[in-house]
Design a protein around this ligand. Structure first.
Ligand SMILES: NC(=O)c1ccc[n+]([C@@H]2O[C@H](COP(=O)([O-])OP(=O)(O)OC[C@H]3O[C@@H](n4cnc5c(N)ncnc54)[C@H](OP(=O)(O)O)[C@@H]3O)[C@@H](O)[C@H]2O)c1
Length: 293
C-alpha cells in the first residue's frame, strides 16, 4: 500500500493515492485495457478503488477484473440512486443499492459506502440513515460515508452519522480545507479527497466551455499561479499531502498517468513556500468559491 494512513477512526488503513474509477467505467474504453489499469493500480499501491453506479460499467469491471485480489483492496462505492424499479433516495434504494453493488463488485462487503451528493434534507432523513445503519450492522458495509461539498458536507459532518467523507480538495478548490478537514480530524472522521488535480485545467490553452474542467480553468486563471510544466506534480502533491486528507482518489484510464501520479506523491509534501503561495492565492481570489460537487 502506498504510504498507508488511517482513515480517521474507522479502523481502515488507506493509501495516500486511490483510483477513482469514473474513467474506468466508460463503456467505450476497451475492457482488457480497463482490466490492465485496475490491476496496475493495485500493483502500484493504489489499493483504494472508488466506484459509483453512475460510473458506467465501473462496478462490474472492478468485480470481474479484481475479485481474485479483493483482499488487497479498500473498496468504496456510492449509494442513493440507480436501482431499477426503486425510487431514488429512499431507504429501499439504499438497501437494494447495496445488494446490487455487492453482486456487481463480486464481494460480500463494501468497505466504505458513500451517499452520493444528496442535499441536506435527504442526508438527514431517518429512513435513509436506518437503511445505512442496518447495512453496517449486518456487515454488508464497513463504514457509512457521505460524498459531497458545501452545506450538505457541513451537515454530514455535524450529523455524526458518517465515519468518512469524500470532498473536493485541490489547488482550485480549498473550501473544505478551511472548515471541514480540521473538524473531521478532531472527531476521527476520515477524509477522502476527490478531484485531486482539479481535472487538469492547465491542459486547455483556451477556456474549455462546457468541459468538466471549465470552472477550475477559470479559477486557475484568476489565481495566477505560474507552475509551468510542474502543474500535475504540484497539484497532486498539494491534495495528497494536505493536512487531514487520508487518501486522494485520482481519476484516470491511462497507465502512464498512474505511474506519474505515484512518482509525484512519492516526492513527499510540497515545501512550505509553495503551499503558502497556493493558499495565499486561494485566499486572495477564492473567498466566494464553492466546492465543486
Ligand atoms: N460526487 C462524487 O462522489 C464525486 C465527484 C467527482 C469525483 N469523484 C471521485 O473522484 C475521482 C477523481 O475525480 P476526477 O476524475 O473528476 O478528477 P481528477 O482526478 O482531478 O482529474 C482526472 C481527469 O484529469 C485528466 N488528467 C489528469 N492528469 C492529467 C494530465 N497531466 N494531463 C491531461 N489530463 C490529465 C484525466 O484524464 P485521463 O483519464 O486521460 O488521464 C481525467 O480526465 C472520481 O473518479 C471519483 O472516484 C466523486
Amino acid at each position: 500500500m502506498l504510504y498507508p494512513r488511517p482513515l480517521g477512526s474507522t479502523g481502515l488503513d488507506v493509501p495516500i493515492l486511490g483510483l477513482g474509477a469514473g474513467r474506468i467505467g466508460d463503456p467505450s474504453l476497451d475492457d482488457a485495457v480497463a482490466g490492465r489499469i485496475l490491476n496496475e493500480a493495485l500493483d502500484l499501491g493504489l489499493t483504494l478503488i472508488d466506484a459509483a453506479p453512475s460510473y458506467g460499467v465501473a462496478e462490474e469491471r472492478i468485480g470481474r477484473h479484481l475479485a481474485h485480489r479483493r483482499h488487497e483492496i479498500v473498496l468504496s462505492t456510492k449509494l442513493g440512486y440507480g436501482v431499477e424499479g426503486v425510487p431514488d433516495w429512499t431507504g429501499e434504494a439504499i438497501a437494494r443499492g447495496i445488494d446490487r453493488a455487492l453482486v456487481l463488485l463480486r464481494t460480500d462487503r463494501i468497505d466504505v459506502a458513500f451517499l452520493q451528493s444528496c442535499p441536506v434534507e435527504t442526508l438527514r432523513r431517518d429512513d435513509i440513515a436506518a437503511a445505512l445503519a442496518d447495512a453496517v450492522a449486518s456487515g454488508k458495509v464497513g463504514v457509512a460515508g457521505y460524498s459531497g461539498d458545501n452545506e450538505p458536507l457541513d451537515a454530514a459532518l455535524e450529523s455524526n452519522r458518517f465515519g468518512a467523507l469524500m470532498v473536493s480538495v485541490n489547488i482550485f478548490d480549498q473550501a473544505a480545507l478551511e472548515h471541514v478537514t480540521p473538524v473531521a480530524a478532531e472527531r476521527g472522521v476520515g477524509i477522502v479527497a476527490k478531484r485531486p488535480v482539479g481535472n487538469a485545467p492547465w491542459r486547455f490553452a483556451a477556456r474549455p466551455t462546457g468541459d468538466y474542467a471549465e470552472e477550475y480553468w477559470l479559477r486557475m486563471r484568476a489565481m495566477g499561479l505560474e507552475l509551468g510544466d510542474r502543474w500535475f506534480e504540484v497539484a497532486l502533491r498539494f491534495a495528497a499531502w494536505a493536512p487531514g486528507v487520508a487518501c486522494s482518489v485520482f481519476g484516470t484510464a491511462m497507465s502512464e498517468r498512474l505511474s506519474d501520479a505515484v512518482e509525484a506523491v512519492s516526492k513527499g509534501p510540497l515545501d512550505d513556500e509553495t503551499v503558502g503561495a497556493i493558499r495565499e492565492s486561494y485566499h486572495a481570489h477564492g473567498a466566494a468559491w464553492r466546492g465543486e460537487v
